[in-house]
Design a protein around this ligand. Sequence first.
Ligand code: CA
Length: 164
Amino acid sequence: MINKKILIVEDEKAIRDMVRYSFINGDFILLEAENVQQAFNTVADERPDLILLDWMLPGKNGIDFIRELKKDSETSDIPIIMLTAKSEESDKVYGLTVGADDYIVKPFSPKELIARIKTVLSQSRQRLSALKSPSHSVLVSLMVKQRLSKLGLFWTMINDKLFF
Ligand code: CA
């Protein structure tokens, strides 16, 4: 299996170093950017499999970057995990609404980081295979389920209707 390319967009060197250390066993290849402009260049050149994205960056912030990625069909399906010091529930909901797939609050452990990356990569594979299947409702229910489980909500789906 080809190692997955993970792009980290983070202006704090200590956090980038910590992520590089977390990847030491070689499951992933780490690409690094310090700001959104560098990140756009790396996305165009390398097409990462997943992006770890800081919220507060010099110049354009992480939310601006997500909005730009989602506008372009070439980049809209790259999964994104937000890395941020913001721990308020409303910020978490906002990040997920804009299009982040998951959210890690700093400081985080290397084990948590790796576990979340693997989960998000596998959810994104499921989404892509659902896209290839003819059933649109399978895709929609999968995406809804993933988003809601992030928010800690429980749900069941009966006859295409959601019950909480
Ligand atoms: Ca920052």
